[in-house]
Write a protein that binds this ligand. Structure first.
Ligand code: FBP
Length: 548
């Protein structure tokens, strides 16, 4: 395959492992753990894997010879920069433990595991993908692993290939499934370990013990670069308002991080909208107010960052979605047979009066989107909702009202952008390249330690990577019970933006100044080679969280 000069140079990058992982390790057990909430329910559902201790690796001065490890790996869900390095780290880790170890990659996500589609990942294959973005080495998919039939079918291929451990690289939903699979294989004594790795650009798979998910760092740097470019353009021409929607299905971490990096005029944080019980009209008023204020100084331009998940956080819409989820789950077949114009009437009729009123008040396209197929994990596909256009249209109308009332006398010309897919497969930043390689290498050590139901964990991430702490976290520790598809299910608790946390406080203390005065920062592209302060900085979110 032909490669660019940068690709060639980048392939030669050697990720920096935590010092502890550079020699043989032993797992030191911490105290037994408890789930974050709903302890009795989770304990009952995970009798074999609940309450396991946290693990921390330490240098082992007298390692024993270890038999070869045969391992399977799955990439699950949306792409995130660094996934290839997790696989490279895993490969190097198991080979370091025993040169005869083998790695098999299941193709196109969990579906490949169930359907027995796989390839062996050998050194020449692995070497093609070091430090590259994307998940194309084996592909990814969103098939939900949840039934006993799927688990048993998967077990057949694991046995056939003599695989003893499966590594699932995924977000909160995929790692939830990893925990369920680990429990099942333990219960039936299948002799298979299951290890998870925290992936998602959304940044919402994190907690006290998992400091960040991989991919967030690179994706937000890519988005911040282009937001910065837009801001420079907008500050040069001074004639457009740019409405920029940013990926992040649910939590607003991406929008917040990009705001900290670029200092836009407006950034909406969904979690705050919910906390303040704001309506869509309140959000529109807030943006229109800033547009009008800037217009007084002749600044008819600006940037507005909008998190992709906003619509779901508007309390009235959230209630509506909850009822829609249950209603659509109960009447799925009947609903599917209706022509699309009849579906709207059907929904309005079936919903409670309050939710029916909210549904009817939404623009038709948005309302319709809320009834379309959920992804396999039951999530509304928010990336398909054009919130940036919806908001700018509503802001435009509000400004016209304000003009009529003599409260606005400017020009409003809006452009729209959606940044998501542009950043999900970028070549990983040095941070993500090191973090991912370390997560994979660490997973090999968890397998060697014989454990199951653990997530690979590296901590102390604001320090240079050699100082990172390596270990394993029982996945059940991160779980609580939530309503999904109309029933209560054990799931990893999603980390939303903490409105009492340092990153949000920093943003909230500055946003009024950024709104009126033009304080744009232009971060520029990710740098791989050069001074450490240019190339190795972790995200601002992580930095502020650690300062707190
Ligand atoms: P994961 O949670 O699987 O990592 O995916 C995150 C994400 O990129 C969201 O930000 C976005 O809403 C969604 O995936 C888009 O899904 P798809 O890739 O199926 O279009």
């Amino acid at each position: 395959m032909k490669k660019s000069a940068l690709q060639k140079a980048r392939a030669a990058y050697r990720p920096k492992l935590p010092i502890v992982l550079t020699s043989a390790v032993k797992a030191v057990e911490g105290k037994p753990t408890e789930s974050v909430a709903d302890r009795e329910d989770i304990k009952k559902l995970f009798p074999n894997t609940y309450g396991l201790p946290e693990l921390r690796f330490e240098k082992n001065d007298s390692p024993k010879a270890t038999k070869p490890l045969n391992v399977g790996v799955i990439l699950s869900g949306g792409q995130a920069p660094g996934g290839h390095n997790v696989i490279c780290g895993l490969f190097d880790g198991i080979k370091k433990i025993n040169r005869e170890s083998r790695l098999y990659g299941f193709l196109m996500g969990p579906g490949g595991f169930v359907d027995h589609k796989y390839i062996e990942l050998t050194a020449p294959v692995i070497d093609e993908y070091r430090n590259t973005g994307g998940f194309d080495i084996i592909g990814s998919g969103r098939t939900k692993l949840e039934t006993k039939e799927q688990f048993d079918k998967g077990l057949e291929i694991l046995k056939e290939l003599n695989i003893q451990a499966l590594v699932i690289i995924g977000g909160d939903d995929s790692n939830t499934n990893a925990a369920i699979l680990a429990e099942y294989y333990k219960e039936i004594n299948a002799g298979i370990q299951v290890i998870g790795c925290p992936k998602t650009i959304d940044g919402d798979l994190k907690n006290e013990v998992i400091e960040t998910s991989f991919g967030f760092d690179t994706a937000t740097k890519v988005y911040s670069e282009v937001i910065g470019n837009i801001q420079r353009d907008c500050n040069s021409a001074k004639k457009y308002w740019h409405f920029i929607k940013l990926m992040g299905r649910s939590a607003s971490h991406i929008a917040l991080e990009c705001a900290l990096q670029t200092q836009p005029n407006v950034c909406i944080i969904s979690e705050e909208v919910e906390q303040k019980n704001m309506t869509l009209a309140d959000v529109v008023d807030y943006i229109a107010g800033i547009v009008a204020e800037r217009a007084k100084n002749g600044n008819n331009f600006g940037t507005v960052l909008i998190p992709e998940g906003l619509i779901e956080f508007i309390p009235a819409v959230k209630k509506l979605i909850a009822e829609l989820n249950d209603m659509l789950a109960a009447h799925a077949e009947e609903f599917a047979t209706l022509a699309s114009e009849k579906q709207r009437e059907y929904v309005i009729e079936k919903l409670s009066p309050e939710n029916s009123a909210t549904y009817s008040s939404l623009p038709e396209g948005v309302a319709r989107q809320l009834t379309l197929d959920r992804d396999p994990h039951g999530n509304v596909q928010v990336s398909l909702i054009e919130t940036e256009k919806l908001l700018s249209e509503m802001v435009g109308k509000r400004l016209e009202q304000m003009r009529a009332e003599g409260k606005y006398n400017g020009k409003f010309s809006a452009l729209h952008h959606f940044f998501g897919y542009e950043g999900r497969c970028a070549d990983p930043s040095n941070f993500d390249a090191d973090y991912c390689y370390g997560l994979g290498y660490n997973a090999a050590n968890l397998i060697n330690a014989g454990v199951t139901g653990y997530m690979s964990s590296l901590r102390n991430l604001v320090k240079p990577s050699v100082q990172w702490i390596a270990g394993g976290i029982p996945i059940t520790m991160m779980m609580n019970m939530e309503r999904r598809h109309g029933a209560m299910k054990p799931v990893i608790q999603k980390a939303l933006v903490d409105l009492d946390g340092a990153p949000f406080h920093r943003f909230a203390s500055k946003r009024d100044d950024w709104a009126i005065n033009t304080r744009y920062i232009y971060p520029g592209p990710i740098q791989y080679f050069g001074p450490s302060e240019v190339c190795d900085q972790p995200s601002m979110t992580l930095t502020y969280e650690h300062k707190a």
